[in-house]
Design a protein around this ligand. Sequence first.
Ligand code: DOR
Ligand code: ZN
Length: 429
Amino acid sequence: MTNYLIKGARPLGGDPVDILLQDGRVAAVGDSLEATGAEVVQAAGLVALPGLVDLHTHLREPGREDAETVETGSRAAALGGFTAVHAMANTDPVADTAGVVEQVWRLGQEAGLVDVVPVGAVTVGLAGERLAELGAMADSAARVRVFSDDGHCVSDPALMRRALEYVKAFDGVVAQHAEEPRLTVGAQMHEGDRSARLGLTGWPAAAEEAIIARDVLLAEHVGARLHVCHVSTAGSVEILRWAKSRGVQVTAEVTPHHLLLTDACAESYDPVFKVNPPLRTDADVEALRAGLADGTIDAVGTDHAPHAVEDKESEWAQARPGMLGLEQALSVVIETMVEPGRLDWAGVADRMSVRPAQIGRLADHGRLIAPGEPANLVLVDPAARAAVDPAALASRSRNSPYAGRELPGRVVATFLRGEATVLDGKATR
Ligand code: DOR
Ligand code: ZN
């Protein structure tokens, strides 16, 4: 195994230091380090962060390997600076048994580019009727701790209550896709002035907020952990702030696209901007940025949702919802949060690594860059700016909402347990 001597990187944007990675761990952090036989990485001007952790990635394997595989998605993740991703359960077959989560986990190990952490379905087949075998998935080799029917809401309150009670036994968490389905029948975009003008059926903010309000009350009553996926409205941020002030064990994530884009994108009728929950208003975007800045929203979760061309490049109403996110997530956070001064580098590390790792109970991730810690880290050039070229992405799909957009920040290197998965901005395998 290669050892690496990183010269002159700035951990969390602080003073430049050398960092020695040896045998999978950070061996030393200090000035003028030397190490015979180690490969030297010149890192002057680069910021070092703990490896990023995504709570919400769709890898599409098994079932839609034409859109993404565990390997291609893992490569996209490493190039985005991630060292661990949670693989969502809405595959085909659904990840609702120990067998399927173990298969996804093993594929992740074989790809070896990031730790692929399977999410287990809450209900059998994501059908919202019967609980899946949550305990068997938790006990499996994949050690599942996060359970989600993402793509669908666990809308039955009694079933949601039972899921919360069940996962408490092994310190698991239910990650809810908050969408009251009776309020979003046929919905195509955010419900507001624009949907009325464009003649597209609206997805009201209240459909998200009603479920979050219900679920924080259930989580409080049961004393279990609740995580809210892809929070998208100002009202949701208010409810979360209230719940946290009461001591409810609730955490939440926001996607990069909800931090940057608004429902104005729908005016183009370009289905690349169709996503669930939909892009919202300027006021919602502002509330999401404020919520991420003050910690009401704990984490950035990409909701990386690759789709094959035939599922995405059609008329708006027929197109599947979802957009790519892994490779541009950090750049979008730099653009929307760091450059405007709303989050410093320690804040980025907290929201994109430390807290998501804690929520997923990943002991080896989200650790500081300090001697003895697992060598999971990323080197970022914050000064670089480039236009996004979808053809150059590692994902098997091309549905990036950032095509042609210039964004700051370039991932120069990513290390997973001391092995370089990305060097000089290129995947090593
Ligand atoms: O836009 C979305 N795409 N939202 C979801 O909840 C699911 C996801 C997908 O699987 O494509
Ligand atoms: Zn979702």
